[in-house]
Design a protein around this ligand. Structure first.
Ligand code: PXL
Length: 276
């Protein structure tokens, strides 16, 4: 039994450009040596510059994918990405409870190129049904601003909001710092069981659109690492190192197009997790 491969699930949208969504999640699961199951919520027609079309699957199609996977595969950890609407959120939350999943929720709302990936009316379903059922939520700054109704402009604004989200939704929080500029290190704020931490990496120079998919990759990596039995501290640190390494080792697909890609090297020594 010692060679058991953990099965991990992503519930997310397809990104035809392959940089984010289901494609980023499965690439991350493979690189971190877990078995990936995937429930697709929507098919986006996109490249890193634009989203041309979004086709959301019927709720029944999402529900049946979830049940078909969870009836057979021993999935304990799942991540959610683009959930598109209230019905898909409700069904995912209900089945996560029924199958006792530990959820890492990336509250995907808008793509970097500006397309809405979650209906406005679905934000309240996310708050009411999904966050209280999550082990971790991983908002970026624009998502946290929308969830707490205030503007976040400095690193010191982040800690208060991470604590506020933790108390409001009774789940652990990683507030991602990716949208901050002019900082020495990229310091995400973690709130776990009421305590605040800083989780930081050096600033990676972003080549072209290579940061497309960082959020998806982080939450997928956390789910994969927790599923291999690592502690939350190890999982978050290794996941941050994986994203940092993926950006540093982003690869050109031609002269102008860069994609982040699972790193060859280890970057753990450059990540710092400390209590605030
Ligand atoms: O990075 C957020 C995200 C999640 N899921 C899908 C996406 C994107 C961003 O573009 O396309 C399918």
């Amino acid at each position: 039994m010692s060679n058991i491969l953990p099965a991990v699930l992503t519930v997310a949208g397809s990104d035809s450009g392959g940089g984010a969504g289901i494609q980023a999640d499965l690439r991350t699961f493979n690189a971190l040596k877990v078995y990936g199951c995937s429930v697709i919520t929507a098919v986006t027609s996109q490249n890193p510059d634009e989203v041309r079309r979004v086709d959301v699957l019927p709720e029944e199609a999402v529900k049946t994918q979830l049940e078909t996977v969870l009836d057979l595969f021993p999935v304990r950890f799942a991540k959610t990405g683009m959930l598109a609407n209230e019905k898909i959120i409700a069904c995912t939350a209900f089945l996560a409870e029924k199958y006792n999943l530990q959820l890492i929720v990336d509250p995907v709302m808008v793509s970097t190129s500006g397309a809405r990936l979650l209906e406005e009316s679905a934000v309240s379903a996310m708050r009411k049904l999904l966050f209280p059922r999550a082990s971790w939520i991983t908002p970026n700054i624009p998502e946290a601003e929308l969830l707490c109704g205030k503007k976040l402009s400095t690193p010191s604004d982040l800690a208060g909001v991470a604590l506020e989200l933790h108390e409001k939704f009774k789940c652990n929080v990683i507030l991602k710092s990716g949208h901050l500029t002019c900082v020495d290190r990229m310091a995400d704020i973690v709130c776990c069981e009421g305590k605040l931490y800083s989780l930081s990496s050096p600033v990676a120079v972003i080549r072209g659109n290579s940061s497309h998919g960082t959020g998806c990759t982080l939450s997928a990596a956390i789910a994969a690492l927790l599923a291999t039995g690592k502690s939350w501290q190890e999982s978050l640190t290794e996941a941050k190192a994986f994203v940092y390494g993926s950006l540093l080792e982003s690869r050109p697909l031609n002269g102008t197009l860069f994609q982040m890609y699972p790193p060859e090297k280890q970057y753990l020594e450059q990540i710092n997790l400390e209590e605030l």
